[in-house]
Design a protein around this ligand. Structure first.
Ligand code: BG6
Length: 453
């Protein structure tokens, strides 16, 4: 059966940097459904040749293009024009009974219009799984706009046909969180306030806003990263065990725990890196945060009193995404060895750039002494790949074509996340412009000491 995969926003960064390379990798592994056609939809006028020329200058590895070039077709569309969707319809309806996947790599302001256009051209039928639609984040700009977009979508699509992309969910180590928690009794039994002191969810970046100033200045770090990626990581760490390991089971528990996430105004720090105001397309008086650190609590019996720290920002000292679980001090062990350093256990799930798990443990020092040392057990996940390490988008595109939605966010998850983020925004945390990362660390240490973070 033919599968049409139509990418809206085909001249954008995401298509060149992530989607086309992911298609190339899937094809190399023989994972693309036979008879797939990738239709590149965008506003600008191109022939397939001029599109390929442009793609070559934008893609990291031009060889990726060679692997899929025979699948590509370009289609110019004025997103506002009904006639445009009708001719797209003629193209995609050439093969009867084909599967159609629409991938919207465009801003949320276009979501509803495109969904309506696709539907009016008869390309999808509500409730019929042969037509699916996927959206890049951000899904809306706040709770109200997200609700409006969603209401519009539900006129044309059933929830089961809608795939809201959060690319962090396609990352290997994010998929590993539930396996680590529920396939290991060692962790499963200790995953609660009795054993855990605090949890830190971290996504630090070294790059600034680069050429995304127009989008980023309206969003800021809270909406760009916390509302989506970090809250999803937090939900996977905090949720209860799913009844079944599938889309319904997992998403049900994620949304349930997100309902219990609370943040007090005094526990939010907004920062802006020095030099942000001089970046391209940033207003010289912008108050947008490029950094957020906040202390939150999941008010459930499992997490009673355990702080969850969320931290993200641009232009920081390193590019690292990870989850740190700090266990409580073991007073029994300290009583047994009163003169020895008994350090707290720590589990680090390393999401990127390296993938793996580190566990900090106490062991006897080798040799004739009775000294106790802290050491690391290290698992390197990336070391175990045969061939290339899969990118998040490979997994997501594959699941999208197969119709598996576990790694996509359901509407009620998005809605709950927006509720939390809107409440934080309303409190308008004070913005701190920091000169350097050292300056920022000092400020954070001080706030932690004063229990303000
Ligand atoms: C995107 C954000 O969703 O995630 C970007 O819009 C951010 O601002 C990016 O840079 C980070 O993703 P990753 O996979 O590089 O950690």
């Amino acid at each position: 059966m033919r599968t049409y995969f139509a990418i809206f926003g085909a001249t954008g960064n995401l298509t060149f940097k992530k989607l086309l390379p992911a298609f190339a990798a899937l094809r190399t592994q023989g994972l693309l459904p036979e008879d797939t056609k990738i239709v590149l939809v965008a506003r600008s006028s191109h022939t397939i040749e001029s599109y390929l020329e442009m793609a070559k200058t934008q893609m990291k590895d031009q060889r990726d293009l060679d692997k899929i070039v025979d699948l590509l077709e370009y289609f110019q569309l004025d997103f506002a024009s009904n006639a445009g969707y009708a001719s797209l319809g003629e193209l995609l309806n050439q093969t009867p009974n084909s599967k159609k996947v629409f991938y919207l790599a465009v801003g949320p302001e276009l979501f509803a219009r495109i969904a309506e256009g696709i539907s009016s051209a008869g390309l999808v039928k509500k409730g019929n799984d042969s037509g699916r639609i996927a959206f890049e984040k951000p899904f809306g700009d706040d709770l109200e706009s997200a609700q409006a977009i969603n209401a519009m979508l539900w006129q044309f699509f059933d929830e089961s046909q809608i795939y809201r992309v959060d690319h962090y969910l396609g990352k290997e180590m994010i998929q590993n969180i539930l396996v680590m928690r529920f396939a290991n009794r060692l962790f499963e039994n200790n995953w609660n306030h009795l054993s855990i002191e605090k949890v830190s969810i971290i996504a630090k970046e070294t790059e600034g806003v680069m050429n995304r100033g127009n989008y980023y200045d309206k969003a800021g770090a809270l909406k760009d990263m916390i509302q989506s990626h970090l809250m999803q990581m937090g939900a996977l760490v905090a949720m209860e065990a799913p009844l079944t390991y599938d889309e319904a089971g997992i998403r049900e528990q994620k949304v349930e725990v997100l309902n219990y996430l609370t943040v007090q105004p005094k526990h939010v720090l907004f920062g802006q890196y020095h030099g942000y105001l001089q970046e391209k397309n940033i207003p010289s008086d912008s108050q947008t945060e490029t950094f957020v650190a906040m202390k939150a609590f999941f008010n459930t019996p499992r997490w009673y009193g355990v702080p969850f720290y969320f931290l993200t920002g641009k232009k920081l000292n390193e590019k690292v995404s990870e989850i740190r679980i700090d266990f409580k001090h073991n007073a029994n062990a300290q009583a047994l060895w009163p003169n020895q350093p008994i350090l707290k256990n720590q589990l680090i799930i390393r999401v990127a750039p390296e993938e793996g798990v580190t566990v900090r443990m106490n062991v006897k020092e080798p040799g004739l002494s009775d000294h106790i040392n802290s050491m690391k057990l290290d698992y390197c996940h990336d070391c175990n790949y045969v061939g290339n390490k899969p990118e998040a988008y490979e997994r997501l595109l594959l699941d999208l074509m197969r119709g598996v939605s576990t790694l996509f966010t359901r509407w009620d998850e998005i809605e709950t996340a927006w509720q939390v983020v809107d409440a934080i925004k309303k409190q308008a945390p004070v913005l701190m412009v920091y000169e350097s990362v050292q300056d920022l660390s000092l400020k954070i240490k001080k706030l932690l000491k004063e229990d303000l973070l």
